[in-house]
Design a protein around this ligand. Structure first.
Ligand SMILES: *Cc1c(COP(=O)(O)O)cnc(C)c1O
Length: 453
């Protein structure tokens, strides 16, 4: 299987090479050159464990990785989850389910992809004898999930910049209490934008980037999307056969990585009637799916912070398919969008999709309503998924984070204090981080002093 760029200007690569590359050299994103058909495999996949299913699925894509290694990667990646089902499907009502994607080590759905990616990196580095230094900026969830995915991995050091005092105390602990000696959390005296600007500047310094083999933790890596396809198939197979004909997946959405994975699975033959893009008040995608106009506005910080995005980095993959797999057209749209912050799709028709949005006060009300109605405590991201559950058929809402990550809001709304054992454990551990000014040269020096070669 080969992987091609959405912008058509890069050589097709093998799976391993595309994973190592991340972003394609022409600025595009890698996608499979073709989608395998999984329809006739579903019967056999029915009885597999999550890790087995992951192995069987990824085997279709990671064709240049030997099967023994791939199996190891799949099994190791889901060994740190605290529920034996890994992605349990929980029934709330007739035809209404939530898919709990928060049983991984950092209690958010990003663990599904980043645990897999961490193990994959370790395997690829061992094979090539190379080392990498991963550098990223985070406002919370991605940083902790990336750190956990790379925890203790050989040949890898990870440097994560975050704004000092502006990530939640629990998120800071998830990054700074790992006790791993290859993890370097850096609390910047500045904002998330300052942290991101420093990371960008360092990546722009090509000789430094090459000297340290710097790599990004971003949500655009091909392996992340593919690893996320697995829980859509797993959830679908967890349904009774009679419930599989008219399924809607409802997905709390930010960077469009999660929902894109589901749509890819449907392109491979998983029978799904509809995908609902559920946004918070940062609703660029909601507006697009309602009107065909894709237009940036400024980010308004919300109570569902992991969905506070301006531009969805994965959306380019969707545009590629929407526009008839035409890379020139993708270049045109992305170019114009970068310039003016706007693109109007004419006759935009995405029948497979629908959309909803929720502002902060609606999220709080919804958390209360769901608790009263079903006795279920949901986190603010998951709450966005309940905006519109009118689909006549089976609805599966993806629950992307554990409520225990957002105790303040939940306590305020329903007077329940959600907890999780793994978070409680962190409270007794010392915070180990480096406090630094928002100064690019100082960060570069720090990497030089602590990086791996
Ligand atoms: C990252 C994240 C999302 C958004 O997922 P995308 O793939 O960026 O659309 C939603 N909820 C939580 C809890 C997240 O961490």
């Amino acid at each position: 299987m080969k992987y091609i760029s959405t912008r058509g200007g890069s050589e097709p690569l093998s799976f391993s090479a595309a994973v190592a590359e991340g972003l394609a050299p022409d600025g595009g994103l890698y996608i499979p050159a073709e989608f395998p058909n999984i329809q006739d495999k579903l019967e056999y996949w029915q009885n597999l464990s999550y890790a087995e299913l992951c192995f069987e699925f990824m085997k279709l894509f990671a064709t240049d990785i030997d099967e023994e290694s791939l199996k190891d990667i799949a099994y190791t990646s889901y060994s740190k989850f605290d529920d034996t089902a890994i992605a349990p499907l929980k029934k709330l009502d007739n035809g209404l389910y939530i898919l709990e994607l928060f049983h991984g080590p950092t209690l958010a759905f990003k663990d599904f992809a980043l645990q897999f990616l961490g193990n994959l990196y370790e395997h690829l580095l061992a094979k090539s004898g190379k080392t990498i230094n991963v550098l990223g900026a985070t406002s919370g969830d991605t940083g902790s999930a990336a750190i956990n995915g790379l925890l203790g991995k050989k040949g890898v050091r990870i440097f994560i910049l975050y704004p000092n005092g502006r990530v939640s105390p629990l998120q800071e602990r998830q990054m700074a209490c790992t006790e791993a000696d290859n993890v370097f959390p850096i609390a910047i005296d500045g904002t998330f934008d300052d942290a991101q600007a420093i990371v960008k500047e360092i990546f722009g310094d090509v000789s430094f980037k090459n000297e340290w083999n710097l790599s990004a933790v971003n949500s655009i890596n091909l392996a992340r999307i593919l690893a996320q396809c697995v829980y859509y198939i797993y959830a679908w197979l967890s349904l009774e056969k009679s419930e599989r004909d008219n399924v809607q997946f409802i997905v709390p959405t930010g960077n469009f990585g999660n929902i894109l994975a589901g749509w890819f699975a449907s392109k491979m033959g998983l029978k799904v009637a509809n995908f609902k893009v559920a946004t918070n008040q940062n609703d660029i995608l909601y507006r697009l799916f309602k009107s065909g106009v894709y237009e940036v506005s400024s980010v308004k910080p919300s109570v569902a912070p992991s969905m506070d995005i301006q531009v969805s980095s994965n959306f380019e993959r969707f545009i590629y398919f929407m526009e008839g797999e035409n890379p020139e057209r993708v270049c045109e749209i992305m170019g114009e969008f970068k310039c003016s912050g706007k693109w109007v799709f004419d006759n935009f028709s995405a029948e497979d999709f629908s959309a909803s949005r929720m502002d902060d006060s609606e999220i709080a009300t919804k958390i209360e309503e769901i608790y009263k109605k079903y006795g279920e405590v949901i986190d603010p991201h998951t709450a966005c998924g309940f905006a519109d559950i009118s689909h006549k058929g089976t609805k599966i809402i993806l629950s992307t984070a554990s409520p225990a990550k957002f105790p303040e809001l939940i306590e305020k709304v329903i007077a329940v204090h959600p907890t999780a054992e793994s978070l409680e454990k962190l409270l007794s551990k010392p915070i180990v981080n480096e406090k630094m000014p928002a100064n690019t040269q100082k960060i570069r020096d720090y990497i030089s002093a602590n990086g791996i070669k």
